[in-house]
Structures are given as structure tokens and as C-alpha cells.
Design a protein around this ligand. Structure first.
Ligand SMILES: *Cc1c(COP(=O)(O)O)cnc(C)c1O
Ligand SMILES: [Zn+2]
Length: 438
């Protein structure tokens, strides 16, 4: 069923199919599973629960003359211009490339590294999701946005919302509270709700769902949000534009795997464009052991994730991870258009990376490339090291390594970071949320 959509994406959309919901729109929303056109703001398909996907009327990518990710506006689900400095950058590696014996290793650096033109001030690729999402919400006329995050997404949305008209409600589990800083004074439209240490990311998602069901609130949508995926997909677009071709391989550390789906969708669009080569990028996605549900399911050839593991055990496993940013108990793996489909259609691989390899790859990268990176990014580096050892990549293959976060230390040299204070702290889920919400 997913093949249909790939074909659908490749066929030129009839003008009569466009412009139905919004006369100015350069895209429609269709279901990845069955190809049905969905209403503009839809997060689900009524018949098969497939991920909604944007279909752009331009089959070819024409770059706009903007400094940041607005360059890729043609393939972002927004209608107005995007004037922001943040965007993906790609450079050809020398240090790590030589160490691994690779001649065409390119690094997509998503963080702060002004010397390289990298201006993501919350230091992770989550900011690439936040800007188009907030702009799309404004264009759809929504004014209150709700999301849950273990840290990087929270920062990204808070920063992207500064000075905007949107009220953003951000639910953060206990483990993420220390990560709640932004490089400027937070504005009044940012509402930060913290949870006690006993609650994890999945608990935060549940609470955010309850808040989002209140009148006037709009859920951000996570992996189902097309603005979020296509925002992350600009990493693949920038890589391909830099290399002049679709990369043979794409490496990324995943928790939910949304970035993997996004990279896959971007490579399908580049394939349809015709100027970047015929072959899709092979996805190489990395999880951090011991909590690696996507790795486990993919290893066994399963489309479903085994949810038999009890919650207590799961929390124990998550506590043992090098980086809990990569823990996600309910990833969009089995749904039509999800991680399983993206891996299958790209002949992809999933890696289970242990803590010691992740740690050593963190140092290796920082020494060889001369910039600090976030722990999850090191898990992606480790997958590349394993792939080279296993002979899954050839020395002259074109490789895009997504460094999903980095430059926090570099940022501290230039900015004073401000902590965002919670407006509400939750230590029991047994509350009437509507009554206590700020
Ligand atoms: C969220 C995040 C990831 C994982 O991304 P997904 O594709 O959503 O699984 C990797 N690295 C960093 C730094 C992140 O913040
Ligand atoms: Zn459907």
C-alpha cells in the first residue's frame, strides 16, 4: 500500500487536485498508506491510520534566496516566506573521513558552529521541526499549541516561539528539566509545565494529550505533523544539494525514528525531481542499548514492536542508557508510512549501539572534527563506525552523517543561556488539568 504513495508522489499532481482547501497552498495532504487526500490540518487517516504526508505541487526543488531553512520552502508545508537564520548545513569531512578510510563522507551539522554557518541556537535538529510547525499553525489560524518533550524539542519550540503570536504549552518530564534553557529571555507566550522525576517522556505525552483535548488547544502531532517531518527532511535536501546527488547512505541516531522517515520522504522527492540520481538513500538508523525497541523489532523482521515488556522494566532499561533522549516507548514504527516502511523501501539497517562505543565515538568525533556534539549524535557516529567494519558502506560511497545536535559548548562562548521557569509542576496525574492550567 505504501508503494502506491511513492508512485503517487512521482506522478505529477493534477492542478484540479490542488487548491481545494486553500487557494494559496502549494501542497495537499494525503495519507501515506492509502493515498487518500486528507483535510489540511489532519493528523490521522480515518481508514488506515497512515501518516499524513505533504504532496508539493513543484516536482523540482527550486531553492529560495533565504539564509536558513527557508531556502527549502518549496518543499515545506508553509505558504509565506520564512526569514530565519537557522537551517541545516553540510560539509565534507576530512578528519573523521580519513580515520574511517572514506572519501565522500559529508556531515550534516545541526547545531551551533558559526564558523561553518551553522546557526541553530538551541543546538539540535529539533529546531528544524519547530519553525515550520509554528509557521504552519499560524497559517492555519491556530493560536494554542501543545507538545511534550524530553528536552531538545521543548527548547526548540520555546526558542522558535519567542516573539510569535502563538501560545505554546510544553510538557517536560523530570529528566528533561535541566535541558530547558534558551539563548534569550523567554517571552510570555511560552508555558512550561514540568513533571516530577518519576514521570518519563511517555507520561509527558499522555499529559500533553489531555491538555490538547481542551477547547482551543491544538496538538503539535509529533511524527504525524507534516511540518515537523519536512522540516527535519531539509537535512537530506541540504546534503543532496551540497553533494549534487542523493547520498548513497544516510546515518542518524533515532528514538522515535521520525528523522529517518523524514530523510526517506525527502529522498523520494529528490528521486522524483530527476536531477539528483535515481537511487534512494539507504537508511542506517541507530538506537542506544539497552533500550532499543526499533532495533529489536527490525532484527527479528517484525512489523510490530513487542510491548510485552512491563513498564517497570522499561524504566530500568531507560535509566541505563548513555542518552535517554533516544528513548521512545511508542515510536511510529508499524503505521503505514512509518519507520518500518521507510527501512523496507530503502533497504535500510538498524544498529544497537552500546554505551561504551557511543562514548568513545563522542570523543573520536570531537577530536577529529573539532566541535562538541550531543550524546545522541555520537550514537549516529558509532553506527557509521560499525557499518564501515561490517562492509556495509564502500570507501567511495557518498555518505551523509546527520549530526543531530552539537555546539552547546561553542554556544556558551557567545551567549548567556536563560533557564525557562515552569509555570506549573505536576507530581500527580490525578488532577483536573483544565482547572490548574496557566
Ligand atoms: C530527537 C533527537 C534525536 C532522535 O530523533 P528522531 O528521528 O525523532 O528519533 C537524535 N538526536 C537528537 C539530538 C535529538 O534531539
Ligand atoms: Zn489512509
Amino acid at each position: 500500500m505504501f508503494f502506491q504513495t511513492v508512485q503517487l508522489m512521482h506522478s505529477i499532481i493534477q492542478p484540479s487536485l490542488r487548491h481545494r482547501d486553500n487557494d494559496l497552498s502549494n501542497f495537499t495532504i494525503v495519507c501515506s498508506g492509502c493515498g487518500t487526500e486528507l483535510p489540511v490540518g489532519a493528523l490521522t487517516c480515518p481508514s488506515d491510520n497512515g501518516l499524513p504526508r505533504a504532496m508539493y505541487s513543484s516536482r523540482q526543488l527550486h531553492l529560495h534566496d533565504h539564509p536558513g531553512m527557508g531556502r527549502f520552502r518549496e518543499w515545506l508545508p508553509v505558504n509565506g516566506p520564512m526569514n530565519i537564520k537557522a537551517g541545516p548545513i553540510t560539509y565534507r569531512s576530512t578528519g573523521l573521513a580519513r580515520e574511517l578510510g572514506l572519501t565522500n563522507l559529508y556531515i550534516g551539522f545541526n547545531g551551533y558552529w558559526p564558523e561553518m554557518g551553522a546557526n541553530i541556537l538551541t543546538c539540535s535538529f529539533k529546531e528544524l521541526e519547530a519553525y515550520p510547525t509554528i509557521q504552519r499553525m499560524q497559517e492555519l489560524g491556530h493560536c494554542k499549541l501543545v507538545l511534550a518533550s524530553a528536552g531538545n524539542t521543548a527548547r526548540a519550540f520555546a526558542h522558535a516561539a519567542v516573539g510569535s503570536d502563538i501560545q505554546v504549552y510544553i510538557v517536560v518530564p523530570g529528566s528533561g528539566i535541566d535541558r530547558m534553557w534558551i539563548p534569550e529571555e523567554p517571552s510570555d507566550n511560552i508555558h512550561f509545565i514540568s513533571m516530577a522525576k518519576t514521570f518519563d517522556y511517555t507520561d509527558a505525552i499522555r499529559l500533553a494529550d489531555r491538555i490538547a483535548s481542551l477547547p482551543g488547544m491544538t496538538p503539535e502531532g509529533g511524527a504525524r505533523n507534516v511540518a515537523r517531518r519536512d522540516g527535519m527532511g531539509t537535512v537530506m535536501l541540504d546534503g543532496a544539494v551540497t553533494m549534487g546527488r542523493i547520498p548513497d547512505h544516510y546515518f542518524q541516531a533515532i528514538g522515535s525514528g521520525t528523522g529517518g522517515i523524514a530523510a526517506f520522504e525527502a529522498s523520494v522527492r529528490l528521486q522524483a525531481d530527476g536531477r539528483f540520481g535515481k537511487r534512494l538513500s539507504i537508511l542506517h538508523l541507530a538506537q542506544n542499548l539497552p533500550f532499543a525497541p526499533i532495533f529489536d523489532a527490525w532484527q527479528h523482521g517484525h512489523r510490530e514492536i513487542d510491548e510485552a515488556v512491563d513498564v517497570y522494566n522499561t524504566k530500568q532499561l531507560i535509566n541505563q542508557m548513555y542518552t535517554d533522549i533516544l528513548s521512545n516507548r511508542k515510536p511510529p514504527y508499524s503505521v503505514p508510512g512509518g519507520v518500518y516502511d521507510a527501512l523496507s523501501l530503502s533497504n535500510g539497517h538498524v544498529y544497537g549501539i552500546d554505551n561504551s562505543l557511543a562514548r568513545s565515538c563522542n570523543s573520536l568525533f570531537e577530536e577529529l572534527e573539532d566541535i562538541d556534539i550531543m550524546a545522541p549524535a555520537a550514537v549516529g557516529v558509532a553506527a557509521l563506525v560499525e557499518a564501515v567494519e561490517l562492509g556495509r558502506v564502500k570507501a567511495d560511497d557518498h555518505i551523509l552523517l546527520n549530526i543531530t545536535g552539537g555546539g552547546v559548548e561553542r554556544l556558551k562562548e557567545d551567549f548567556d543561556l536563560c533557564k525557562i521557569q515552569p509555570e506549573l509542576h505536576i507530581d500527580s496525574l490525578d488532577v483536573e488539568i483544565a482547572e490548574i492550567l496557566p
